[in-house]
Design a protein around this ligand. Structure first.
Ligand code: PLP
Length: 392
């Protein structure tokens, strides 16, 4: 178990709530994506604590299987990886400020140059520090987030050609709608990107070695967008980016979220459950308490909406979800202290998915994953591919 407390507690003395991450499944997902994109490199995206899976453990595992590049959002995420001894190249995809540039250069982190001015700042810092900068140029083709607009891209390319202290290793853009059923905007973005890149042909120059634009949606739905590298985030973790996106790569979630029953009682009719007294029963029911709540990232919006699995059956979460606890109505069935409760994942023939949880909470699976709090221990297991035969 990661996050060993300083006081000596064995795993079975600590709170039973944890997420279990199957590293074998992560490897299988990575290989499925690689097989689908052919010769393109696969850059796992590790931002937001590796989509809740635990930044360092996931990076160490993926480095051990030989991934060629990592992508993160922020400088701090790159620094944590370098401080932990990760040597794989790391692209920081977010916007940068001038005063951050020395840390990039000293830690061999690849910078995103999203304007001519920022590229100039990178050049100046690299010259002053006598270090070489590794740079990817960022073109905005229709997201209006960061990057030089596609219709001005030649200005950034011109400036990059003149750089003395930077190696311009890549050029990239980002899709706003590649996970949609209607791909017209994504196709327009790809077309703008390829048109901007004609600059290099026209000048008879080699374009940067790594041209990339595809996130999970682009990997699944736009094979012509795979180019030299793809950037899977959510798909690598085994979750599809949207309900509409075509499932052209078979992946399965690497993460399941588990707890145990810590309390059992019988609740009388007309005796409301939890804060605000939002739920009560007309009959006598058996209710169990589970030690997980919104302080762990099990959103309060799931109150009176979510279901959990106990002994392979679905039961409703009743009343408001508290910071650290929630209550489950098991009707007139049995559950005992210590029995396993599945919040996300499989129990017997039943599965609760991130998509379901997201729908109940009126959000997207990305937000569920990235909000699993650091208070929840991550337990890593190396299972081989789960067998497909269902016991009936
Ligand atoms: C987050 C992000 C990705 C990964 O997106 P998914 O939809 O999770 O695959 C790729 N590229 C950039 C620039 C991102 O910010």
């Amino acid at each position: 178990m990661i996050n060993q407390p300083t006081i000596s507690l064995t795993a079975d003395m600590t709170r039973p709530t944890h997420v279990e991450i199957n590293l074998g499944q992560l490897t299988a997902n990575y290989q499925a994506i690689q097989a689908h994109v052919g010769r393109a490199l696969v850059m796992p995206i590790l931002k937001a604590n590796a989509y809740g899976h635990g930044l360092l453990a996931i990076a160490q595992h993926l480095e051990s299987i030989g991934v060629p590049y990592f992508g993160v959002a922020y400088l701090e995420e790159g620094l944590l990886l370098r401080q932990a001894g990760i040597r794989t190249p790391i692209l920081v995809m977010g916007g940068i400020l001038d005063n951050q540039i020395p840390l990039f250069l000293q830690n061999d982190l690849t910078l995103t140059a999203s304007s001519v001015e920022k590229l100039g700042q990178i050049e100046t810092a690299a010259a002053q520090l006598h270090l070489r900068a590794k740079v990817h140029l960022k073109i905005d083709t229709g997201m209006e987030r960061i990057g030089v607009h596609y219709y001005n891209a030649h200005e950034l390319f011109e400036a990059a050609v003149a750089c003395q202290h930077s190696d311009i290793e890549g050029v990239y853009s980002h899709f706003a709608n590649a996970d949609a059923a209607d791909l017209s905007h994504a196709e327009l973005q790809l077309d703008r990107f390829m048109t901007a890149l004609r600059f290099y042909d026209e000048r008879e120059l080699e374009p940067p070695r790594l041209r990339h634009i595809a996130n999970s949606g682009g990997i699944l739905q736009l094979p012509q967008a795979h180019l030299d590298m793809v950037r899977p985030g959510i798909l690598l973790y085994g979750v599809y980016p949207s309900a509409e996106a075509e499932r052209t790569v078979a992946v399965r979630p690497a993460l399941s979220w588990k707890s145990r029953v810590v309390y059992f009682k019988v609740v009388q009719p007309g005796h409301p459950v939890s804060y605000g007294s939002t739920w009560q029963s007309a009959e006598m029911v058996r209710v169990v308490t589970v030690p997980v709540g919104y302080g762990d990232g099990y959103f309060r919006a799931l109150s009176n909406k979510a279901q959990v699995l106990i002994h392979g059956r679905r039961y409703p979460v009743i009343g408001r979800i508290c910071m650290d606890q929630l209550m489950v109505n098991i009707g007139w069935e049995s559950a005992y202290n210590g029995d396993e409760v599945i919040l996300v994942g499989q129990s017997g023939a039943e599965t609760i998915t991130f998509e379901e949880l997201a729908e109940w909470a009126n959000t997207i699976p990305y937000e569920i994953l990235t909000n699993i709090n650091t208070r929840v221990p991550r337990v890593y297991v190396l299972k081989s591919q789960p067998s497909m035969n269902n016991e009936q």
